[in-house]
Design a protein around this ligand. Structure first.
Ligand SMILES: Cc1cc2nc3c(=O)[nH]c(=O)nc-3n(C[C@H](O)[C@H](O)[C@H](O)COP(=O)(O)OP(=O)(O)OC[C@H]3O[C@@H](n4cnc5c(N)ncnc54)[C@H](O)[C@@H]3O)c2cc1C
Length: 391
């Protein structure tokens, strides 16, 4: 008997089961589409991330916090300690939780399972080719629509890179460690669970954090276009230990990753039969690097565009996502960003002074840049995507 290649088929293949992929999958399933999520990792998997989510994420995902925290880490955040590395910190208190800390290994698995999508985990995207108006994926999956949600190094985005803007401008390189402290380490850790600490580099080209989620400690530092990242991380940890904020001698296993800031010049998110969402489109907020919320929002916006396209997946139709993203995250720019007329040293001197003031720290740094509180959440999935009879 000759070998017969059995093809899996789906309405839509999502490459990557992180927050972008799982939220898009959940919305599409509610609208009645057959969705398959392909991920190279087997879940639960780790993702290098501080694991800070803002209230908009909770609302958009309709997270039942009591249910979530019953078996997972959920750390309410009610205050911040901010400043320059090596400087005097400013404390900012709130009278209720203004954000939450999660562990990505738990959060991403929870969202992917809850999405209800079919999954093929532990299977990387190796091959993607066009067959008339369909895609053949890994020689085993046939679909008319592929969504690239594979994060910063998404293979679908790489495939589209000839047409997209793939410059390195706005790419942040970061290193991070997350570990569960022993009881001896907990007794010498002065970082409080509800109070993340954010410290900016002296040249303001990046910032570091030290964030305790229950007994888990997450420490990291990210800088735009940095080549000497390890040296910055080592100096930051040395300072934290000298200040007595973290236990001495436990920090050996830092891991690196990258993400692209949205400065109005992201990777172009659409082509014939393809969409990019989340980090694969380069959507992290420029001031804070928060990427989970834009990942989810782009996933929901992509789902809306797909449902409205009603099976017409030509680029001209899918380009509605470009317009939606520009409306939500900022105008798309095609020209290189203009240089500021004010010298960098002056801007940095002013910014350093502002970081030392309570008003600026509370209202601009925390509320506007880090909590992104000025922008209302998108409508949650259950309101935006009515359950169809076929699901
Ligand atoms: C150090 C650091 C700290 C951060 N801290 C925060 C924070 O506190 N809060 C916040 O909001 N954002 C933070 N971010 C950004 C945030 O992590 C990302 O923006 C977010 O994870 C993007 O979600 P995503 O679903 O687009 O991609 P991801 O979460 O990266 O998911 C991509 C998925 O695609 C899969 N994949 C990759 N390649 C393939 C392939 N070839 N085939 C199949 N599957 C593939 C991966 O296994 C993964 O599961 C941080 C980023 C870094 C680097």
């Amino acid at each position: 008997m000759p070998d017969v290649l059995i093809m899996d088929t789906c309405d839509c293949l999502i490459v990557g089961g992180g927050p972008a992929g799982s939220s898009c999958a959940r919305a599409l399933l509610r609208a009645g589409l057959d969705v398959l999520v392909l991920d190279k990792a087997v879940f639960p998997r780790d993702k290098i991330c501080a694991g800070w989510i803002t209230p908009a994420v909770v609302d958009e995902l309709e997270l039942d916090l009591a249910d979530y925290r019953s078996r997972r880490t959920l750390q309410p955040i009610t205050a911040f300690r901010t400043g320059l590395i090596g400087g005097a910190p400013v404390s900012t208190q709130f009278d209720r939780p203004v954000s939450y800390g999660i562990r990505r290994c738990e959060f991403d698995q929870y969202l992917l399972e809850r999405s209800g999508a079919r999954t093929r985990l532990g299977e990387p995207l190796k091959d993607l080719r066009r067959d008339q108006d369909e895609w053949i994926v890994n020689d085993g999956i046939r679909t008319r629509l592929v969504i690239g949600a594979g994060g910063h190094f998404c293979p679908v985005a790489r495939l589209m890179s000839e047409e997209s803007d793939n410059r390195n401008e706005g790419v942040v390189l970061a290193q991070e460690i997350e570990f569960e402290m022993t009881s001896a380490e907990i007794s010498t850790c002065r970082v409080e669970p509800a109070v993340p600490e954010l410290y900016f580099c002296d040249d303001l080209l990046g910032y570091a954090w030290c964030f305790r989620k229950g007994n888990f400690l997450n420490i990291g530092l990210g800088r735009e276009g940095e080549t000497r990242l390890s040296a910055h991380v080592a100096a930051f940890c040395e300072w934290l230990q000298k200040e007595g904020r973290i236990p001495v001698g436990t920090l050996s296993r830092f891991h690196g990753h990258a993400y692209r800031l949205y400065r109005g010049r992201p990777r172009r998110p659409t082509s014939d039969g393809v969409l990019l969402i989340g980090d694969s489109a380069g959507l992290a907020y420029p001031q804070s690097g928060e990427g989970i919320r834009p990942a989810i929002e782009s996933g929901l916006m992509a789902a809306r565009v797909i449902v409205d396209a009603a099976g017409d997946y030509r680029r001209t139709v899918l380009a509605n996502l470009d317009r939606r993203m520009a409306g939500r995250f900022g105008k798309l720019e095609t020209r290189p960003s203009r240089k500021s007329l004010i010298p960098a040293a002056w801007r940095q001197a002013v910014a350093r002074r502002l970081l030392a003031t309570r008003w600026f720290t509370r209202h601009v740094l925390i509320k506007r840049w880090f909590l992104h509180a000025h922008q209302a959440a998108l409508a949650p999935i259950s309101r935006e995507f009515a359950m169809t009879a076929t699901t």
